[in-house]
Design a protein around this ligand. Structure first.
Ligand code: SF4
Length: 381
């Protein structure tokens, strides 16, 4: 399989073009078609000479994510199930921003993207890990999730969306829907480190996705060595820890990764990250009834948050079919939030977003794959 063009940085494309005696101006035109106009075929790049388009076609692939299913919820959270070139499925979720969550005005949208097909980390409450890990996503498959969502959103907008083949390719971008990225979908992002970082560099670059590094949050279940590595990256991405338990006892029960990197080691890596970056970390905490939602748990959680100068995002559990875990009642969640605030912790509680659309990470994919197996290659809509 040739390398996909969206796996390459501008510098890599320039080297290739130089070897073909093509100018940097042609590189700018190509990148304009890919990232400003988000076209889906070589033929749409009408101001590139036909001979260059032929060379590109022979040399690179231009893979497009195929929309297999889309679900929208009452609060306009939308979940996209994409079919990859090899028939695997991944999910991305577009969430209207809650100003309190990632610090932006409410006309903003956050896209939650996946980095692996399935997941090897096997957190007990998570649909993504239920059937294990299949493969890492390529750079282009991570990048394409943003472009594909933009194309889908663009289809819905009457104005401002002219993917006409006659336009000159410039960096006058089509209006963007995605303002923030959280890498918190299917898979453990830091277990696909190289592809993730390269994809985020492309999404951040002015010639690429143009999304500020500070608008990009990488979430990890706690891979301490990779957190240290991330601390040395020059770009200022945000870091979120999927903590879900503030003691080893709770984390060991629901997150097997904690046996390899217990809290002591994880916290040390986070401190090193903060020392290098000087940036606030977010602690994600899914509230699961009877597991980690007692007020007692707020004490170690508050102490951890204060030690790391971190804010806490509380997320009531989204039920997963086939798993016995349950979401706590509203009052329990509100009391948990209040107890953290009383202990001088900056905390937010995610009120319902996407609960009616198989919102738990990996759930739509699982449902679709089960339907495909049961119904011999078909899934209902
Ligand atoms: S929560 Fe994240 S790391 Fe854990 S199994 Fe799910 S996708 Fe993997």
């Amino acid at each position: 399989m040739p390398t996909d063009i969206k796996s390459l940085t501008r510098e890599e494309i320039e080297v290739q073009f130089k070897s073909w005696n093509e100018s940097d101006f042609r590189v700018t035109q190509l990148l304009g078609w890919l990232y400003a106009h988000r076209v889906t075929s070589w033929d749409a790049m009408t101001n590139l000479p036909k001979s260059l388009r032929e060379k590109l076609r022979d040399h690179s692939s231009l893979q497009i994510l195929e929309l297999a299913r889309k679900q929208g919820s009452g609060d306009t959270t939308q979940k996209f199930l994409w079919k990859l070139a090899d028939g695997q499925f991944i999910e991305s979720v577009l969430i209207p921003a809650n100003p309190a969550l990632y610090g932006d005005a409410s006309d903003r949208h956050t896209l939650c993207i996946s980095t692996q097909v399935g997941c090897a980390y096997g957190c007990k409450f998570c649909a993504s890990g239920l059937e294990g890990w299949k493969r890492n996503l390529g750079v282009h498959e991570i990048v394409e999730q943003v472009l594909a969502v933009e194309r889908e959103s663009c289809k819905l907008k009457v104005e401002g969306c002219k993917l006409s083949t006659n336009q000159p390719a410039t960096f006058n971008r089509q209006p963007a829907t995605v303002n923030n990225i959280v890498v918190m979908g299917m898979g453990e992002p830091l277990a696909n480190y190289e592809n993730l970082i390269k994809a985020l560099k492309i999404l951040n670059a002015p010639w690429g996705g143009g999304i500020g590094a500070r608008k990009i949050t990488i979430s990890t279940s706690g891979l301490a060595p990779q957190i240290r590595r991330l601390a040395l990256e020059p770009l200022q991405f945000r870091l979120a820890i999927s903590l879900h338990g503030a003691t080893d006892e709770v984390r060991n029960r629901i997150m097997p990764v904690n046996r390899k990197y217990p809290l002591k080691e994880l916290v040390k890596a986070c401190e090193e990250y903060q020392h290098e970056k000087g940036r606030m970390i977010t602690l994600e905490y899914i509230l699961i009834a009877g597991v980690n939602d007692s007020l007692e748990q707020t004490r170690p959680l508050a102490s951890l948050a204060r030690r790391l100068h971190a804010k806490v995002n509380l997320i009531p559990y989204n039920q997963v079919e086939g798993l016995a875990w349950e979401r706590p009642g509203e009052e329990v969640c509100e009391n948990f939030l209040a107890a953290l605030e009383d202990q001088n912790v900056i905390a937010t509680l995610r009120r319902e977003k996407g609960g009616d659309i198989d919102a738990a990470c990996g759930q739509l994919r699982l449902k679709t794959e089960r339907e495909l197996r049961r119904d011999g290659g078909k899934y209902s809509d």
